[in-house]
Design a protein around this ligand. Structure first.
Ligand code: ADP
Ligand code: MG
Length: 443
């Protein structure tokens, strides 16, 4: 535990602590108390702490301190580059940065995929001090020579592990090479950094980094109450979900599903029940993504149904309930998904539905968390499925076929990677990969 009572104790410029005071932020969180002093003296850093513990300020404050107190290496190039895996997260980081630079001479620019390239090139031409970006679009600007990084002093990778998962290693390496002078400082942040891939990337990108890890990635998050329910099939999951939304008290809820088709189907179902619902997926146009996130964050919708595009970093303080309609494929994403609630000391509930097709993913989560999980039951909605003993793959019992067939007819696309699935013996797999379905007739 650090004893820092306020931000000036950490060596921060008093102008910054005044800005924070005005935002109602007066006491550093643990990660801030450790990371800020380490970063402002110039060390490279690999830092992890639980979701919602204030990692953004832990890197934005050293960013600000550098911009306010140190002379620039180059007058033209950006001094700081902050990369995040998703556009929504980049926007949020940019908004937080704006709240710190407003009232100063410092300029920040946001560079995202899906938005107008030329507008971004123009903004980059005005020599901003800080660029917040997603990696793909940033590299496009390097290729088009609308951006140069020879003067880059500070490179920050937020949710670094997720950028690697999404296949951005090549882009990160490019950026690293282009901005490779010896004075560059690099910081990596996430709640989950214990990957081999992260370590090898860190070896390339960072110079004698300090490591700060507050709690392990799988440590219990005291502010998030976890619950698990078994489910037999898709209809059963939907019935469980409806019951949960009827009986839980929540301000806003995020529901995670595996695919865009699922988000849309559930969104129709819940809208039909009179809930103000929005669906967000990575395949939507950026204009639609922006609209949806803006209205959800303003509280205009109560329910957001989404995929792992929203699992990382988003800080929506009204979200007091998270539902995993499907279990995430990667165990780390469970930690991040449920971390959309229980932020900054608030309490939250995270409920996961586990059907036969979720079993392998569930076991991965369970072993990642290193705790054995107890399943709850909802009255009248008890599942026959109780997990699979000692077998790696769930067999779908025959009795489920009738339940699936009884469903209203709808168009079901077979998943693209169907031949790679262990369920390839089934003719058609439903969108959540759970129950076998009757082959669809042409409509
Ligand atoms: P993380 O990146 O660790 O998931 P964030 O940086 O998104 O967490 O911060 C979570 C929430 O905590 C935000 O709403 C942020 O404004 C708030 N916060 C950050 N630092 C402090 C602090 N020192 N005191 C109070 N609230 C804080
Ligand atoms: Mg964060």
């Amino acid at each position: 535990m650090s004893n820092a009572e306020n931000f000036t104790d950490l060596g921060l410029d008093p102008r910054l602590s005044t800005i924070l005071d005005h935002q109602g932020i007066s006491r550093p969180t643990e990660i801030q108390a450790l990371a800020v002093p380490t970063a402002i003296v110039g060390h490279d850093l690999i830092a992890s702490s639980k979701t919602g513990s204030g990692k953004t300020l832990a890197y934005l404050l050293p960013t600000m301190q550098r911009l306010m107190r140190q002379k620039a290496l180059s007058k033209k190039d950006p001094r700081v580059l902050i990369l995040t895996p998703t556009r929504e997260l980049a926007k949020q980081v940019y908004a937080q940065l704006r709240s710190l630079v407003s009232g100063t001479q410092l300029r920040a620019v946001l560079v995202l995929g899906g938005e107008n390239f030329n507008d971004q090139a123009k903004a980059l031409g005005k020599d901003p001090h800080v660029v917040v970006a997603t990696p793909g679009r940033l590299v496009n600007h390097l290729d088009e020579r609308s951006l140069f990084l020879d003067g880059l002093e500070l490179l920050i990778l937020d949710e670094a592990d997720r950028m690697l998962d999404l296949g951005f290693a090549e882009q990160l390496n490019r950026i690293n090479q282009i901005a490779s002078h010896r004075l560059r400082q690099t910081l990596m942040f996430s709640a989950t950094l214990e990957h081999a891939e992260v370590n090898s990337m860190a070896k390339t990108l960072l110079k004698s980094p300090k490591r700060i890890a507050i709690g392990a990635a799988n440590a219990e998050h005291a502010d998030i109450e976890k619950r698990f329910y078994f489910a037999d099939h898709l209809d059963h999951k939907q019935a469980l979900l409806e019951r949960i939304l009827d009986t839980e008290t929540y301000q806003q809820v995020i529901i995670f599903t595996a695919t865009r088709a699922d988000t849309e189907r559930l969104s129709q179902l819940l809208s039909g029940k009179g809930l103000k619902t929005a669906a967000l997926s990575g395949e939507m146009s950026q204009t639609d993504r922006n609209k949806i996130m803006d209205s959800f964050s303003r509280g205009q919708q109560q329910v957001l149904i989404t995929t792992d595009v929203a699992s990382r970093g988003l800080d929506l303080l009204q979200v007091s309930l998270v539902v995993n309609f499907d279990m995430p494929k990667q165990a780390e994403e469970y930690v991040h998904r449920i971390g959309r609630t229980g932020r900054a000391g608030a309490k939250g509930v995270a409920i996961s539905l586990v059907g036969p097709k979720d079993w392998d993913a569930f076991k991965r989560v369970e072993s990642f968390l290193q705790q054995s999980v107890n399943f709850g039951e909802l009255d009248g909605l008890k599942a026959k499925f109780k997990g699979v003993k000692d077998a790696p793959v769930a067999k779908v019992p025959k009795s489920e076929v009738s339940a699936a067939v009884a469903r209203p007819k709808r168009v079901i696309k077979a998943p693209q990677d169907r031949k790679n699935r262990r369920t390839a013996n089934l003719q058609i797999v439903s969108d959540d990969g759970m129950a076998p379905l009757k082959k669809k007739k042409a409509d």
